[in-house]
Design a protein around this ligand. Sequence first.
Ligand code: PGA
Length: 249
Amino acid sequence: MPRQLIAGNWKMNGLSVAGTRLAGALREAVATAPPPCDLLVCPPFTLVGRLAHVLLGSGVAVGGQDCHAEAAGAHTGDVSAPMLRDAGATAVILGHSERRAGHGETDGQVRAKAAAALAAGLAPIVCVGETLAEREAGRQEAVVAAQLAGSLPDGFAVAGAVAYEPVWAIGTGKTPTETEIAAMHAMIRRTLAARFGTAGESVRILYGGSVKPSNAKAILALPEVGGALVGGASLVAEDFLAIAAAARA
Ligand code: PGA
């Protein structure tokens, strides 16, 4: 199994001074106390290049939060996977529920974006997760299985990661029980292994949704949890570092 990955999703937060300061704090901290995991920060597009520069050689990788499925062309306002790679990113979050809900992104679009990321040398982190209504109806596993089937391109297991993020746990302070997380991660592992064979057995499956220093250790200790995708707590250096320190060694 690869080391756990703790990835920070800054969402639409971070101007240059504060973002550079946060990245600098991470750089200093990992230099003195290397965490037992891989670290990734995903700032807004505007800071990808700057953070790649600040974090160069630190061991903290930089990623995007979305990319277009095409490499270049007439797509006003969009950013392509080769552009992210060119700016210094090595990964990209795709299909986050805020993009699925706010921009109507479909599984097919996420799949095309993930294929573009792989082609550009970026590691796609594909997000899946059910809504509260879907969980209350007992449909969570069917929903996530359908998202996986539709959102993961062929060849995904070579470099990709999956993030299980129940929509109702994002930014709410609520999390599923440990049993619920373990059950979903086991289902995702079975699905990946069935589709991608042995390569699917080492794909990291991150948990995301209200991960914080107080719950990180218990979540990261669960079987098949390969790391965490952290939103709000990734904006505070000491919280993000405390979550990283809680990773399974
Ligand atoms: P949260 O966000 O940690 O603030 O709940 C997680 C995410 O949306 O990736």
